[in-house]
Ligand binder design. Structure first.
Ligand code: 5RP
Length: 235
């Protein structure tokens, strides 16, 4: 295991301490969340009783293989806590997520959760969001029109033109999300007003959602060379 992977696992282990018997737990997506699911699976194998609500098909498959009970989505009424990774976070616990393409389900599940615990290695803490390209999930219909509207919204909010890429998969084909949508990755570099950009993007009809998770994280747990740290965490 690489050093960075060991930090991700250490953050996941710290989050596991906040899970108690009987909880319904939102299961994030990505390499850090995968450590959490793996550790949760170990606890379940020892008799711990939880049920999981996965944020992607990949996380569902992992959890299922580990014997974590996954209720039907339409039976889920309460999610006590979601544990998920992030691509960036700032001192106000604002996040950019969606590097793994699961932002829509991640936001639905985190938004419905009583708490969202974010886990990461400490490289994810940034002074300003935006160095990581901001994913925007869009419907395929009318893509060029939606991309134009996204460019206009960015110009209006950020006061400059930005580059954007259509997300491709590892075979260089257009990446398709679990919901059947495409992703535009916005290279904003520095997002001075994440709230204003979030509102502008959300108002575009062809935009399904975006990777700005604002006011959602209850705490962020990081791990790095200086050990495990808890950021925020009033609840
Ligand atoms: C997936 C996500 C991930 O949580 C994010 O990309 C972080 O991934 P990793 O833990 O592999 O760095 O938002 O859509």
């Amino acid at each position: 295991m690489s050093e960075q992977d060991a930090w991700k696992r250490a953050a996941a282990k710290a989050a596991l301490e906040e899970i108690t018997d009987g909880m319904t737990v939102g299961l994030g997506t990505g390499s850090t969340a995968a450590h959490f699911i793996d550790l949760l699976g170990e606890r379940v194998a020892q008799g711990f009783k939880v049920q999981g609500v996965p944020t992607s098909e990949a996380s569902a498959a992992q959890a299922k293989a580990l014997g974590i009970h996954l209720p039907e989505m339409h039976d889920v009424e309460t999610i006590h806590v979601t544990v998920d990774g992030t691509d960036e976070f700032d001192s106000q616990l604002r996040l950019i997520k969606g590097g793994g393409g699961a932002l829509l389900r991640e936001k639905i599940i985190a938004g419905a959760s009583q708490r969202m615990i974010v886990i990461a290695d400490d490289s994810k803490l940034v002074d300003h969001l935006g160095a990581f390209a901001l994913p925007v999930e869009v419907v395929p219909f009318g893509l060029p029109l939606t991309a134009g509207a996204v460019a206009n919204a960015c110009r209006y909010v950020l006061g400059r033109d930005i580059e954007m890429d259509m997300r491709l998969d590892k075979d260089e084909r257009v990446f398709v999300t679990d919901g059947g949508h495409y992703i535009l990755d916005l290279k904003a570099e520095k997002i001075e007003q994440p709230e204003a950009l979030a509102i502008a993007l959300a108002g575009i009809p062809g935009v399904v959602d975006h990777g700005l998770f604002l006011g959602m994280a209850s705490k962020v747990i990081t791990a790095g060379p200086d050990g495990v740290k808890h950021h925020g965490g009033v609840n």
